[in-house]
Design a protein. Structure first.
Length: 247
């Protein structure tokens, strides 16, 4: 009994955590998957299957909430600790069915084939099944026969939905894996069809250029003595007179 009490306490705390987290996320969180999935085509058969699953889950949720309201745990013939724990479990289930579960359902309707969201639903149903099962055990041990029968039917509804969700996860995961394999093969084929460009040739000229010869300056030519002008202050001697021979 002590072990069952601890497990129930842990599961009810998990349900409260999920309900609080999803309640704080607001409508924007639910609309996010619709944006990412809006351009991906979804088959009619897939949508039909999901709608049937969710309608069944909503019916189970509605019946469970009504049966929990009729439950009179305070009248059970058991100790106060057990009553308190079962009342806490019922409160956790109600919070989850009114908050967390509808939020996940909204997200799935916006993104019918989003694997993380469908897996979130599976985990939530798994936790719900365990906590509802604990309340069913308490009703069978300390409550009325009618309460036990009603809650047992609700528990069977959750179990049936959980199995369908698990099957859908397996189907979607296999389809996504096959799509990834196909895309990788297409990418490999496309890369192989691209002609390889020839490698660019780089020519390196490692010969040093010849050294340049220094420019030779031309020397000025000396002036002609016959045409040289006398220096300043000097008189030029008269030209010699030709000598005449006597006749």
């Amino acid at each position: 009994m002590k072990r069952t009490f601890l497990i129930s306490l842990g599961l009810s705390s998990f349900l409260l955590f999920v309900a609080t987290a999803l309640g704080q996320s607001g409508p924007a969180t639910a609309a996010a998957p619709a944006t990412t999935q809006s351009n991906e085509p979804v088959s009619y058969a897939s949508v039909t299957q999901l709608n049937g699953l969710l309608e069944q889950l909503e019916a189970s949720s509605k019946n469970t909430q009504a049966d929990l309201v009729k439950l009179r745990i305070e009248r059970w013939k058991t100790d106060n600790g057990t009553k308190k724990q079962n009342l806490a479990n019922v409160d956790s289930i109600q919070r989850n069915l009114q908050g967390a579960l509808p939020e996940i359902i909204t997200q799935l309707r916006a993104a019918p084939e989003d694997v993380p969201t469908i897996f979130k639903l599976y985990r939530n149903l798994d936790a719900l099944y365990d906590v509802v099962g604990s309340v069913v055990e308490g009703a069978g041990a300390f409550g009325s026969k009618d309460d036990f029968q009603s809650l047992s039917n609700d528990l069977s509804g959750f179990e049936n939905t959980r199995k369908q969700v698990a099957q859908r996860i397996e189907t979607l995961s296999s389809a996504k894996e096959a799509e990834i394999v196909r895309l990788r093969a297409d990418l490999k084929t496309a890369r192989a069809a691209i002609p390889a460009a020839p490698p660019a040739k780089i020519v390196v000229d490692d010969t040093a250029p010849p050294p340049k010869k220094p420019a030779v300056k031309k020397k000025p030519k000396p002036a002609n003595p016959s045409t040289a002008k006398p220096a300043t202050g000097q008189t030029q001697p008269p030209p010699a007179q030709p000598q005449t021979k006597p006749q």
